[in-house]
Design a protein around this ligand. Structure first.
Ligand code: GSH
Length: 213
């Protein structure tokens, strides 16, 4: 099976990009230019009507989007990666919990931080939402750092899974915060664990990114 992954550098495509590299399969990575708004082009909207990245093409033409779903789909399809615990595995429940939590709670708050204009009108309201999102994410980072301290070093304990790539990606998006995710000791360790994996390092290099640690 061959794949195409549409991405914008540094976007929600970071984690699935790393999982796809780790799967070691034939894949084409198609970069969209955010400056040119290519994610809103007529052609791209036929693949992803929301005009967002990532989008994955698989099985010669099937299309799926949503970053967390793509990570899980690929990790499960390629069990040799060990990036997702199989059905019946002790870590399965926690893995699903973290994939859902990361995408619907901190990721959503990061959307409010980066794209307040999608949520409210007016510069003053947007600035308030941006600040509130950073404040809420601070509490989430406290919580996650404590979880990792008690049960880590990774989200599900000893094994590194796709949810850990996902968290490393979200931490990068907090790099401009007064207190960014990577400044918390256990979140910092998790970022380092992601960086130590050749697939994550390759993804950053391909996308021209640096991950602050
Ligand atoms: N829930 C979606 C969100 C995807 C998303 O918002 N991607 C952003 C980049 S991080 C995007 O494509 N933004 C471009 C735009 O909104 O025009 C997912 O996780 O895949």
């Amino acid at each position: 099976m061959s794949y195409k992954l549409y991405y914008i550098a540094g976007s929600a495509a970071m984690a699935p990009y790393a999982v796809l590299i780790e799967a070691g399969v034939k894949a084409e990575f198609i970069k969209l230019d955010r400056e040119k708004n290519e994610q809103k082009s007529e052609d791209y909207l036929t693949l992803n009507p929301h005009g967002r990245v990532p989008t994955l093409i698989y099985d010669d033409g099937k299309v799926m989007y949503e970053s967390a779903a793509i990570c899980q789909f690929l990790a499960e399809h390629y069990p040799a990666t060990k990036l997702a615990p199989a059905l019946g595995h002790d870590d399965r429940g926690l893995f699903l919990q973290w994939m859902a939590y990361l995408t619907n709670t901190p990721q959503e708050a990061l959307m409010q931080y980066w794209y307040p204009h999608y949520f409210v009108d007016g510069e003053a309201e947007q600035a308030k939402l941006h600040a509130k999102a950073e404040e809420r994410l601070g509490k989430m980072f406290d919580f996650l750092d404590n979880e990792l301290a008690a049960k880590g070093p990774h989200l599900c304990g000893a094994a590194f899974y796709a949810c850990d790539y996902y968290l490393a990606m979200l931490i990068r998006w907090s790099r401009n915060f007064a207190k960014p995710g990577h400044s918390y000791p256990h979140l910092n360790k998790l970022v380092r664990a992601a960086l130590a994996r050749p697939a994550y390092a390759q993804m950053l290099k391909d996308q021209g990114l640096e991950q602050p640690v």
